[in-house]
Write a protein that binds this ligand. Structure first.
Ligand SMILES: NC(=O)C1=CN([C@@H]2O[C@H](COP(=O)(O)OP(=O)(O)OC[C@H]3O[C@@H](n4cnc5c(N)ncnc54)[C@H](O)[C@@H]3O)[C@@H](O)[C@H]2O)[C@H](O)CC1
Ligand SMILES: [K+]
Length: 214
């Protein structure tokens, strides 16, 4: 399995969006579709009652796409957004508007996670830049303590994508859908306790110009 560093992963995003010209919302849609397919068809998940744990960046944006795809296929899904909405990325703001059209329920920090059968970790991905604290740490610890299984998007939140170290605290996922290439920290010794079963999703981002990740 090929891996990339976090910096390389972000460079590939940038190349694909700004050099090749595939709009970021298109990449986010393809990511959401692949993650939805992984959850519905491949991962060992009970999707009776799903809660999306969304940060305010593009990892959260991916989570909102998954929320909408689940809702429009008649799954019971709710969203808990963590962090300051004023800091939300442009694509996140767009995805939240779309979720509002479908009136996907929102819950808050006092939600009982044991009400859900599956939690989706869309707090942080390749944008994690420091130790996790505050509400984010509270939500991660609550998720790990809950009976529900966790499916992580791109990188289990709190896991350092380069070293595999836990940045304060980190999601212990049952399964993870990572975008384009696994990040090198996710295949380090011990990282499996955080990633669980790993799905590598092709969304049209390649080191070269064609698919190369057999
Ligand atoms: N690979 C691709 O082409 C695509 C990736 N996508 C997804 O986008 C994320 C990366 O999104 P980004 O907005 O850059 O960052 P995050 O969502 O990971 O983080 C959000 C935000 O959080 C702040 N932050 C960082 N560390 C902390 C901390 N410890 N506590 C609080 N806040 C923190 C920081 O400001 C970040 O900006 C990638 O993983 C994919 O999931 C696209 O969706 C599709 C294309
Ligand atoms: K994540």
């Amino acid at each position: 399995m090929q891996t990339v560093s976090v910096a390389e992963s972000r460079q590939l995003d940038d190349k694909t969006i700004n050099q090749i010209g595939i709009p970021s919302m298109v990449l986010m849609e393809r990511a959401g579709l692949k993650i939805y397919e992984d959850m519905v068809h491949n991962a060992d998940l009970d999707l009776s009652r799903v809660l999306i744990l969304a940060g305010t960046g593009n990892n959260g944006g991916d989570g909102l796409v998954v929320a909408r795809l689940l809702a429009t296929h008649n799954y019971n899904v709710s969203i808990l957004t963590v962090g300051n909405p004023d800091h939300a990325s442009p694509d996140h703001v767009n995805q939240q508007k779309i979720c509002d059209y479908y009136q996907i329920p929102k819950v808050f920090m006092n939600a009982d996670f044991n009400q859900y059968t599956t939690l989706v970790d869309a707090l942080f991905g390749s944008g994690l830049s420091r130790n996790v604290g505050g509400d984010f740490a509270t939500v991660i610890d609550k998720a790990n303590a809950a009976t529900a299984k966790i499916h992580a998007i791109d990188i289990p939140s709190g896991l350092n994508g380069d070293t595999g170290e836990v940045m304060g605290t980190a999601i212990k996922a049952t399964s993870t859908s990572t975008i384009a290439y696994a990040k090198q920290g996710m295949v380090k010794a011990g990282a499996n306790a955080y990633t669980g079963k790993l799905f590598v999703d092709d969304i049209g981002i390649y080191k070269g110009d064609t698919f190369d990740n057999e």
